[in-house]
Design a protein around this ligand. Structure first.
Ligand SMILES: [Zn+2]
Length: 587
């Protein structure tokens, strides 16, 4: 069951390789340096060479770096919390009880394995009973209310052109492969991934009682159907353009234009009371409308079964979990081994009882000290950023004023939310993992859908407190740093300035720069997608963005595989700006 809150503009500081574990009384790990390389020849290899040569990616990971070091620290801290809760008597209905019993239910593999796919039999029966396309849409809309996303994705958040009010957004979705391009690639590596995906879908059918020959036929029908969906999906580069992906439409007009989709019925089933919604990618929904007429209902039903099984596989017995890992873990990410169950259940608890677990985490692992030091760092980076705007030789004073206003309007969130999400209605039973997941999903959906048409609550967070990451959210014009990332080697309140500006300072600068990258620059200080640039400055800014794209297009990732600059440009601008601002603030 997927979460629906997907703010855009998240940090993706992957692949950096800062220090490793902090030796006693020493913040800098000099042993990572490769002294055989001259810094003037290759500074990157000089700084990181020894680390790169001496570091292996663990079998259960697809990458390694400072992020993984800090993630492991957070993970062990969370494990200590669960170990403690496991030994104490928790009051029924308390946050402690819910967190502890959710985790315990996920660890009870004897009970889970015994059930097999029993928990989803009622859903499979419902699909079998579907007779027409109205029934198809009814099933999909109901599944959405359990955060069981199929065919499309939804998000309820600030209207990008009226950022004080929440509206629902409907986005393209429904593919089993990561994105549309995978369906049309013909190179050997891509064909292997397609094969692994088809093997996975087949396994989902056979494990849930379909015979081999029928399962083979089902896979072909499902895959070909998904390919028809993929044809009309926007590419991942097209998805980066906020204007293209904002299409506010009245429900009445949508209902008229796409009668098979039945917008009014879908929204009623999804308990969304609204006159208009944002349709991110209209082509996808027009395509669905056409496919509802042209595709046999029996094929639709197979597609629903495949989507359902794929979504819930990790909540079922080991056969299902292993099959899913063979596809997503081995074939897609290149990881050789699954993470231990306890680690996956920590992640599941964090994902489902996010701010319940978060409360327990920050009580133990976050200090007021850290928050104070972060506030100072952010204030100094804002000053440095302002100086850099003032010095720009290509930007007019009019645009500079607007940029500085936006810079100083940043909402800053550090550590954890001021107010916690409510889990009163979530009943957690130590002996029923599947029902626990369902209860969490229903509660989260009820919370999300209650926001439709209401004023935006800017105290809301898009990451959990223990997350080792940070983000900029354009509609809130905010920079957010969860407690999880505020640890060494990124940050230590006791370390000297060089360490903190070089670590978390770079992350702060990175998130601030997102407010002014190719996407962020299209939002004003209130979070509205509204142009605040003079047309001359805007065109100069775009030209500079093109240079960043060309620069990164020239970088080779592996063999002949290049970086796709048009896809990564937002992160690249944020990295370039982040390090420059952090260094200037340090000076
Ligand atoms: Zn980023």
């Amino acid at each position: 069951m997927k979460r629906i809150f997907i703010p855009i503009g998240f940090a993706c500081l992957l692949g950096s390789s800062f220090g490793q574990v902090k030796p006693k009384n020493q913040f800098l790990t000099l042993s990572n340096i490769d002294k055989s390389v001259k810094p003037g020849d290759n500074f990157y290899m000089y700084v990181n060479g020894s680390w790169i040569n001496n570091t292996e990616i663990p079998a259960s990971e697809s990458r390694i770096g400072a992020f993984l070091d800090v993630y492991n620290k957070s993970k062990n801290n969370l494990k200590a919390i669960f170990d403690g809760l496991g030994k104490s008597k928790n009051v029924m209905g308390s946050v402690e009880q819910k967190v502890a019993d959710f985790f315990a239910s996920g660890m009870d593999t004897t009970a889970i394995d015994k059930l097999g796919y029993e928990p989803i039999k009622p859903y499979l029966k419902q699909i079998d009973a579907i007779r027409d396309i109205k029934g198809v849409m009814q099933f999909i809309a109901t599944a959405q209310t359990e955060q069981n996303g199929m065919l499309f994705n939804i998000q309820i958040g600030a209207d990008e052109k009226n950022s004080a009010v929440n509206i629902p957004s409907f986005y393209q979705g429904g593919l089993g492969l990561p994105e549309r391009d995978y369906y049309f690639k013909t190179d050997a590596a891509s064909l292997d991934i397609i094969k692994a995906y088809q093997t996975f879908v087949k396994k989902m059918f056979t494990l849930s009682g379909t015979d081999e020959a029928t399962a083979n036929r089902n896979v072909e029908l499902v895959y070909n159907f998904e390919k028809l969906l993929a044809e009309k999906h926007l590419t991942n580069v097209e998805l980066r353009d906020p204007q293209t992906n904002y299409n506010k439409m009245s429900v009445a007009a949508l209902d008229k234009a796409m009668p098979n989709f039945g917008w009014k019925n879908v929204l009623t089933t999804m308990k969304m009371k609204c006159d208009s919604i944002n349709v991110g990618q209209p082509k996808h929904f027009e395509n669905i409308n056409a496919l509802l007429a042209s595709t046999p209902v029996d094929t639709w039903k197979l597609y629903l079964k495949a989507a359902l099984l794929s979504n819930v596989a990790n909540a079922l017995s080991a056969d299902f979990v292993n099959a899913r890992f063979d596809y997503t873990g081995k074939a897609l990410s290149g990881t050789k081994e699954m993470k231990p169950r306890w680690e996956r259940m920590i992640q599941a608890t964090d994902g489902n009882l996010s701010e319940a677990l978060g409360q327990l985490y920050v009580k133990k692992y976050f200090t007021a000290d850290a928050k104070k030091r972060m506030q100072e760092l952010i204030a100094n980076l804002q000053k440095a950023f302002e100086n850099r705007i003032n010095r720009l030789d290509w930007m007019s004073d009019a645009t500079k004023e607007k940029a500085k206003e936006k810079l100083h309007t940043f909402l800053k969130k550090i550590g954890f939310p001021d107010k916690w999400k409510d889990y009163t209605n979530v009943k957690i039973d130590k002996h029923n993992y599947f029902n626990n997941l369902l209860a969490c999903s229903k509660n989260e959906y009820a919370f999300q859908v209650s926001k439709v048409g209401k004023p935006v609550d800017k105290t809301e967070w898009g990451m959990t407190p223990s997350t080792v990451n940070a983000y900029y959210n354009p509609t809130f014009n905010e920079i957010v740093f969860p407690a999880g990332i505020l640890q060494f080697p990124f940050f230590d309140p006791k370390a000297d300035d060089a360490i903190n500006y070089g670590g978390i300072g770079m992350v702060i600068g990175h998130e601030m720069t997102h407010g002014f990258d190719d996407q962020g620059a299209q939002y004003d200080k209130e979070g509205n997608m509204q142009n605040w640039w003079t047309s001359e400055d805007e065109s100069k800014f775009k030209t500079k963005g093109e240079s960043v794209i060309s620069l990164y297009n020239g970088l080779t990732v592996l063999d002949t595989l290049h970086v796709k600059g048009a896809l990564t440009v937002g992160e690249n601008i944020a990295d370039i700006g982040g390090i420059a601002i952090a260094y200037e603030a340090f000076l």
